[in-house]
Ligand binder design. Structure first.
Ligand code: SF4
Length: 353
């Protein structure tokens, strides 16, 4: 059982972040927002994949001016990612649901005040997005690109906003390696109650990004740290959502969908378990209700696993058992097992708790 660190709740559009809100999964588009059609198409793909909040980079004025038209065509909360040019933040703040910027990147205090005032007027939050690779000079010189430097930057930026009376804040502390990322979040967590956006940044292609994010975000989630998250992958948009949701589910931080317990197979196997599990995974991926389902290659461990599973299969030679809540409900030939198993899973998914 994970006990989440108590954080204050903020709202990014209609999605609550922090407090008792479910941990949300975010992603980012890769088009210029001035290409409105491409950006809307990517946001819709992310929405369909299960994304909760979407962020877009806003590097130039044409990109900022396009945000209004994008916002009108989507229903996901929209975050504008701004660096250096405060005027872009002012344009974006008129339409988006959150601004991500670092006060240290913007420069003159008067400009930062203008952004904060714009966010205050529209009641939209600001994400202080600290990145180890772009620390303010003073912190990099003092601490290097370390977790301590990231925390010092975050504390400086938080205080900057607090001194302006602004507390509608969430914070991220991203590095491209797991250890610095985890250390930074752990160092900062006891010092305030702002919601944290988790992420290991620039994590690489899908294989390594999945492993880095599962280790880093998984460790933090098990500590009870994290209110929203992004898995950074050099790859297709949908993969970030798929991996993010899987990390939440498999860490126990979220109860959603089926948890497949399947054996790795060994010399005792007398059925095509690998194909069967692939079919079952595909046919049950739409299920939202949290269910434990077990697919085991022989009776050695199958009965024990079936006792804890909602629905289970124990394969034998050319045949097997389907079990529901540990009770055998059918003895069938191998080619009938998967259909009956999926039927039982879908039936249980429809049942009221
Ligand atoms: S359940 Fe049976 S087939 Fe699967 S790994 Fe264990 S002993 Fe081998």
């Amino acid at each position: 059982m994970i006990t989440r660190y108590p954080t204050r709740k903020i709202y990014v559009g209609n999605v609550a972040v922090g407090g008792d809100a479910p941990i949300s999964v975010q992603s980012m588009t890769y088009s210029r927002t001035s290409d409105i059609a491409a950006t809307v198409e990517q946001i819709n793909r992310l929405h369909f994949a299960g994304c909760d909040i979407v962020r877009v980079a806003v590097p130039e004025e044409a990109d900022a001016l396009a945000l209004k038209a994008i916002k009108e065509q989507i229903s996901l909360p929209l975050v504008a990612d701004i660096h250096f040019n405060y005027k872009l933040a002012l344009i974006a703040a008129e339409v988006v649901d959150c601004i991500r910027f670092n006060p240290g990147n913007i420069g003159e205090k008067a400009r930062i005040k203008e952004i904060v005032k714009a966010c205050q007027e529209r009641h939209i939050p600001i994400r202080i997005g600290v990145n180890a690779g772009s620390l303010e000079k003073e912190f990099e010189q003092r601490y290097g690109q370390t977790a301590q430097g990231m925390v010092a930057s975050a504390e400086y930026n938080i205080k900057f906003l607090e001194d302006l009376g602004f507390t509608d804040i969430k914070v991220s502390l991203k590095a491209s390696d797991v250890q610095r990322t985890v250390e930074a979040y752990r160092l900062l967590r006891p010092k305030n109650d702002y919601p944290f956006h988790l992420g290991v940044t620039e994590a690489g292609t899908i294989f390594h990004a999945t492993i880095k994010s599962a280790i880093g975000l998984g460790a933090l989630l098990l500590d009870g740290i994290g209110d929203t998250m992004r898995v950074s992958i050099t790859g297709e948009l949908e993969e970030e959502i798929k991996v993010g949701r899987a990390i939440l589910k498999d860490s126990g931080a979220a109860k959603e969908g089926v948890n497949i317990i399947s054996c790795p197979t060994c010399g005792r196997i007398e059925a095509d378990l690998v194909s069967a599990v692939a079919v079952i995974e595909e046919r049950t991926k739409h299920i939202k209700k949290p269910l434990d389902i077990s697919v085991m290659g022989c009776v050695v461990n199958a009965i024990g696993e079936a006792k804890h599973a909602d629905v289970a299969i124990a394969y034998g030679k050319g045949a097997g058992l389907v079990m529901v809540k540990g009770e055998v409900v059918a003895r069938l030939s191998e080619d009938e097992l998967v259909d009956r198993f999926v039927t039982e899973v879908e039936k249980m998914a429809r049942e009221e708790d």
